[in-house]
Design a protein around this ligand. Structure first.
Ligand code: FE2
Length: 217
């Protein structure tokens, strides 16, 4: 009898553990990635709207997106008041940076860098545009006739007091077909790419697309 009760208790415990496991949110640390040569030279202004340079000025060109999510640790604990710095190319794939050596058209109305602070629940949000892809001719494999390019992506850092600044970048799932050939992502496991890829929701005509990306650091 005692043994049966013991097994019953064990089963009950097992079910409880199973339920807890099923209900638990998964917070897998995202891979770090280098900042690249276009990292802001100084702290960008504290603005999460990159779609125009002045509140009443003209809008940047390109598909508008709202990039949003949460910053958490690997236990899914939200990191409140973390500082996020973000930088990216405009819709034509150009940066506004001294290291940008290409001479293509760059959007004069786009803010190429932004900064925000997560709220008390670790949430963040940026209004921006889908960045363009760009070639990296210096990395082309000429012997094999292969071009090198960057798929559309956004760079970011997250700073939490008392921790080292975390640096990585975000791709977009609507470009999954080309993401796997991206210069930085090429050769990485699909699972690793997935952790760096925002989920994009289609939008109504004229509305920004919602891009969901949790920064688990
Ligand atoms: Fe880049």
């Amino acid at each position: 009898m005692k043994r049966r009760r013991f097994l019953g208790n064990m089963l009950a415990a097992g079910v409880a553990v199973g339920v807890a496991h099923v209900c638990a949110r998964e917070c897998k640390k995202i891979p770090a990635s280098g900042a690249g040569p276009m990292k802001p030279l100084a702290n960008p202004p504290l603005t999460n709207d990159l779609t125009r340079r002045h509140p009443d000025g003209p809008e940047a060109v390109g598909h508008k997106i709202t990039l949003m999510g949460r910053v958490t640790d690997q236990n899914c604990v939200p990191l409140a008041y973390a500082e996020i710095i973000l930088w990216q190319a405009c819709a034509t794939g150009m940066y506004d940076h001294p290291n940008e050596d290409r001479a293509e058209w760059r959007d004069p109305n786009f803010c190429y860098e932004g900064r925000t602070i997560t709220d008390s629940e670790g949430r963040y949000l940026f209004h921006t545009v889908l960045p363009g892809s760009y070639p990296v001719p210096g990395k082309a494999d000429k012997e094999r006739g292969l071009v090198a390019f960057r798929a559309p992506h956004i760079h970011f850092t997250v700073s939490v007091p008392g921790q080292r600044t975390f640096t990585s970048q975000i791709l977009f799932d609507l470009y999954n077909d080309i993401n796997k050939f991206d210069l930085v992502m090429y050769g990485k496991e699909q699972q690793e790419r997935d952790l760096l890829t925002a989920r994009v929701e289609p939008a109504e005509e004229g509305q920004p697309m919602l891009c969901h990306f949790d920064m688990v650091i």
